[in-house]
Design a protein around this ligand. Sequence first.
Ligand code: TYM
Length: 323
Amino acid sequence: MTNKKILLSGVKPTGRPHIGNYFGAMKQFVDLQDEYEARVFIADYHAITTVQNAEELSRSTMDVALDYLAIGVDPSKTLLFKQSDVPEVCELGWIFNCITTMPYLMRAHAYKDAEAKNKEINVGLFDYPILMAADILIQDADAVPVGQDQKQHVEYARDIAEKFNRVFGDTFKLPNPYILEHVKIIPGTDGQKMSKSHGNTIPLFATDEEIKKAVMGIPTNSQGVDEPKNPELDHVFALHKHFADKDEIAEIERRYREGGMGYKESKDILISNITRFIAPLREKRKEFEKDEESVKKMLKENGAKAREIAITKMSQIKRSVGL
Ligand code: TYM
């Protein structure tokens, strides 16, 4: 046991993570793993709200584990585990279901978006915030690093903790979202929030070809090379902010505003910067890919540790409820 505050977060194994997932959340897992007692997981129970194919789910789960390792999540510092190795989160989810009202869950952005798009909404998707609250509260998390789109979910976890404490007595800590202003919404290649469902992503481990294709596909206006341009209105420039250093950004901005920087040149610079950033991550991932067996073993061992923590918390929770 340490006096460090507890950090907890997760990523869903639903296809390849993109640079929005990385800058918005995953990078913080790495940057904060010394300062916090870090617990990071693969949200495979959450993934089955959409991924309903055994082979695909288990492949994506291993892939997210490899992604975490490749970006520098260090299992000697971070408790890295699979959500389903802690089935107590489902048990706690049930208890939370019983103190949460339907209208409250119906106000969740993710639910409202799905409804607005006339999607078929399974009960798991509707209940998503409850399971997420269980993930967070069963681990006594203080800080939950996420992107802006998950802020409401962390607030739900906080509300649910308060409600539980009010009904059953003081049992849970109140968690806080940890959101960095400059990366809270990473834009995709079309300027909207980068998201797998928008088809506007740049995968975190993209090949050189994929990077080129994604950047070349960014829509730009018809202004010629010499015309002055407003960088704030350009989707290419929005991405420069995350891949160029300060001086280079200032220089690109100056040339946009004065005229003389065409979109082709701007895209070439972006391709070269993204490639320089991603190439070493890809190399590191290849190293871990060689030995999936030890990754599985690590997940199993860590899963057992995370479960032990959850079981201890669960016995306190059950006492509070009278189970
Ligand atoms: P997931 O896998 O959908 O997203 C992982 C993280 O990436 C962030 N993110 C972004 N950040 C900035 N800009 C973007 N364009 C962008 N797109 C995605 C998300 O905000 C998220 O932090 N529900 C979680 C998984 C989860 C979880 C938890 C997280 C389940 N239980 C408990 C924290 C604590 C999710 O959305 O994952």
